[in-house]
Ligand binder design. Structure first.
Ligand code: ZN
Length: 467
């Protein structure tokens, strides 16, 4: 059955263009665009017409960093693939790339299979996987080649979390050398976890147990040092590098310096680092636990460096690192010992709106909003132009966005399976109105019309941002 939709009269915004155009969708893909009001647009015929007059028509968001139902610290991230992808859709995100995890002593294949099993048949929107490599062995390195071939083209390593996900410099170098050969992209959690663990132990011994000490021991300098080390290891290996959740001014400076040298290094930041700070971590009555994530929130003055990095393209991507833990029963595991607070924050539903607010506030331009939230993550992770833009042939993953609507963010009204919002009470201008995933309405004028199982696994090409 052929099904056609036309979206009429909106301002189509992509990373490269803005034009008043009608968009014709056929069989789940963008078939054509034509300037609104022209005979060409008038000739678009469809069973379903969406009036986008006065609205933006933007590509669905691509969130390249989520952790649905991830095991951490003896518990699991509270969003399943079902609830997390539904919430993503509500927030205008139509693709996530989540992280499958290799257990220590296990193969990459076992980890990947386990994540496929969690996601398959449960997602409201399309998804892909990165692979967390926590045990670099000869076998693991060979498996990396196979994964790249089947569409898992990026591998995350950790310089943090000794004894859990941690890789030493030799393991990192070996994985980078392998990636240099097979086209894979190494994603790095850049914090000096060995040094941080010493500072954690010393802080706890002094009786410094409150959530705010999480931010104090995970020092900006230790993020910068690890960022520098990762950059130089990648340089030695001849591999590109993508640094996840950059939060510190000093870490941005390392990326800027390397990029000025012409190295293929990229940086991601997240809304929590752009909009929140150590002031939140210091909220009284253990409330600060809501904001415990790693890298940690920084003092507010770091935000300016992140915004600048996003404007100058020293940072290329904003993703969420969505990894929600409920305040009650999960974050509470760390009462009396901040090191036992599960690390992670909710945000998959809030990213597109918060970044639109950044447009309203003048931090970034409208096309840059789409670039950092849709187009570049799609290119970085080999999904472009299927995802991340509105062009003939692209998947019809499209959001009708009302740039004038006012909303107040709250756990009372959000759709993430978590009992608090990190942005509770924040006023935002702009709101998602309608969301299509491959032409199917997932959200229709603020009503959920999606279904679990609509979203499919999407294998990825190698990084397209290098070309
Ligand atoms: Zn993460």
């Amino acid at each position: 059955m052929s099904s056609r939709t036309v979206i009429r009269g909106g301002l189509v915004v992509t990373a490269s263009d803005e034009l008043h155009a009608d968009v014709l969708i056929e069989d789940g893909r963008v078939a054509a665009l034509a300037a609104s009001g022209t005979p060409a647009a008038g000739a678009f015929a469809a069973e379903r017409v969406i009036d986008a007059t006065g609205k933006y028509v933007i590509p669905g968001g691509v969130d390249g960093h989520t952790h649905m139902e991830m095991p951490f610290g003896g518990t699991y991230a509270a969003d399943t693939f079902e609830t997390g992808t539904r919430a993503a859709a509500w927030g205008g995100t139509t693709t996530i790339v989540d992280f499958a995890i290799q257990g220590v002593g296990r193969s990459l294949r076992e980890g990947l299979d386990a994540w496929h099993a969690k996601a398959e048949g449960n997602c409201a929107i399309d998804y892909g996987f990165h692979m967390i490599v926590s045990d670099v062995t000869g076998e693991t390195l060979k498996e990396m080649d196979l994964l790249v071939e089947e569409g898992v083209t990026s591998f995350k390593q950790f310089m943090a979390y000794p004894g859990v996900f941690y890789s030493d410099d030799g393991q990192i170098l070996r994985a980078m050398q392998r990636a240099a050969g097979n086209g894979g992209l190494i994603m790095m959690h850049a914090e000096n976890g060995i040094a941080i663990d010493v500072l954690v132990e010393q802080a706890l011994a002094r009786g410094e147990t409150d959530p705010r000490f999480h931010g104090e021991v995970r020092k900006a300098l230790l993020e910068a040092e690890a960022t520098h080390r990762a950059i130089r290891l990648a340089q030695v290996a001849g591999a590109p590098l993508y640094v996840v959740h950059v939060s510190a001014t000093e870490a941005v400076a390392e990326l800027t310096r390397a990029r000025d040298e012409g190295l293929p290094v990229f940086g991601e930041t997240c809304p929590q680092y752009l909009f929140l700070s150590t002031d939140n971590l210091a909220e009284p009555g253990f409330e600060g636990a809501k904001y415990v994530c790693s890298t940690p929130l920084r003092p507010e003055e770091h935000q300016a460096a992140l915004w600048r990095g996003l404007r100058t393209n020293d940072l290329q991507v904003v993703s969420t690192d969505h990894c929600p833990f409920c305040f009650t029963g999960q974050k509470e595991l760390g009462r009396g010992d901040f090191s036992k607070i599960p690390n992670g924050m909710p945000g998959v539903e809030n990213r597109m709106d918060l970044l639109h607010q950044a447009v309203v506030d003048g931090h970034i331009g409208r096309r840059r909003w789409i670039e950092i939230a849709c187009a570049t993550p799609a290119r970085m992770f080999g999904l472009y132009p299927k995802k991340g833009t509105i062009a003939p042939g692209a998947d019809a993953d499209i959001v009708v966005y009302d740039p004038h609507a006012e909303q107040v963010v709250s756990a009372e009204t959000h759709h993430m399976n978590v009992d608090y919002s990190a942005y509770e009470g924040r006023r935002i201008t702009g709101r998602v109105e309608t969301v299509l995933s491959r032409g199917e309405p997932v959200v229709t004028e603020r009503e959920y019309t999606g279904r679990k199982g609509h979203g499919v696994y999407t294998p990825r090409a190698t990084c397209q941002y290098l070309n």
